[in-house]
Design a protein around this ligand. Structure first.
Ligand code: F7E
Length: 327
């Protein structure tokens, strides 16, 4: 039975990846941070097969301990402070976790593997936020990185450190440059879930307004459940590499509003949506769209769910969830 260790297992991607690997017959270990973390209980209820280990990406000794218990064949480093908006307010903490946490995980994995460096395969969750002020359209693995937030800068550090470990130590370390990926498990601070939840609540008469920031931003949004498959495929390749994972189609926040509101039969959303400068970013990433040709040809990966289906699915999930809450 192959063994996998996932950091960030209580997040959206960690949950989908754990389910995916368990279905494939893996023994899955998950790193969970902190004392009395309520997510531990939620994870246990959702996926009881996962073996939970306590540790923190900022504490390398805890990572060495966890690796020696899990004895993984594959390490998926998904743990990060991932909300871009928050990263300006907590730039130092974001760097400690999202940047130096990657170095800690790489170094702990290298020490754990010892002389047999090829015995462990490593996946790093890189991000399209690294492209920031995009220097070409669409973005590929060769596009110049130009991050626009402390989060983006931290991800660039992790990305290059992963490449450095691959090139210095011969580690089987790959980076997935994932464009935005969403699902009903997305946190409500991210714009897709914020919108789908608000639309569900507005249609049920539980909320009157939805306050947003930049409506002109464009993103390449895919389904998180599709994207975790690409992570696994990267680690099954004979040689490690970096891959853009994206749908290749971008949409604006206005398009997102169109699809979400029309799912509940509202065609004109202008009377419900207000603008609040509090949600504007100090430097926003205006537009991102990825070219995943390399992943499609080398990994045989392609996204299955399109944007309208994804957003409608999220609205319908939130309608069901909100109905239970008000019952
Ligand atoms: O913002 C605009 C906002 O917070 C998307 C993370 O998973 O994907 C995610 O980062 C856009 C931005 O995601 C609101 O200004 C307008 O332009 O949903 P988001 P993100 O920043 O793209 C990448 C790939 C990651 O790696 C990250 O970890 O939407 N926007 N109004 C708003 N955004 C939010 N959150 N809230 C608003 O009210």
């Amino acid at each position: 039975m192959p063994r996998a260790l996932i950091t960030g297992i209580t997040g959206q991607d960690g949950l989908y990846l754990a389910e995916y690997l368990i279905d494939k017959g893996y023994e899955v270990y998950g790193l969970v941070r902190g004392q009395s973390n309520p997510r531990r209980e939620i994870l246990h209820r959702m996926i009881p097969e996962v073996k939970i280990l306590t540790g923190d990406l900022t504490d390398i000794s805890s990572l060495i301990r966890v690796l020696s218990i899990a004895e993984p064949d594959e390490v998926y480093n998904l743990g990060a402070i991932s909300f871009v908006g928050y990263s300006w307010e907590n730039a130092s903490l974001t760097s400690d976790v999202t940047a130096f946490g990657v170095l800690n995980m790489l170094e702990a994995t290298r020490l754990y593997a010892g002389r047999d460096i090829e015995k462990v395969r490593f996946y790093q969750a890189s991000s399209s936020e690294m492209f920031g002020k995009a220097q070409e359209v669409p973005q590929t693995e060769r596009t110049l990185l130009w991050p626009r937030s402390p989060y983006g800068v931290a991800k660039v550090y992790g990305h290059y450190m992963t490449i450095t470990y691959r090139e210095s130590y011969g580690m089987h370390a790959s980076s997935g440059i994932l464009f935005n990926h969403e699902s009903p498990r997305r946190g409500p601070e991210f714009v897709t879930r914020k919108v789908t939840r608000a639309v569900a609540r507005i249609s049920l008469g539980l909320q009157q307004e939805l306050a947003l920031g930049n409506l002109d931003a464009r993103r390449d949004w895919g389904f998180a459940g599709d994207f975790v498959e690409a992570m696994w495929l990267m680690l099954q390749q004979p040689t490690p590499d970096d891959y853009v994972i994206a749908t290749g189609r971008d949409h604006s926040i206005r398009d997102l509003l169109d699809v979400a509101f029309s799912t509940v039969g509202i065609n004109d959303w202008s009377e419900y949506v207000t603008r609040d400068p509090a949600y504007l970013r100090l430097a926003d990433v205006e537009s991102l769209v990825g070219d995943s040709s390399k992943a499609r040809s080398v990994l045989g990966w392609e996204p299955k769910m399109d944007f309208p289906s994804l957003i409608s699915m999220m609205v319908n999930h939130d309608l069901a969830e909100q109905k239970v809450l008000v019952r």
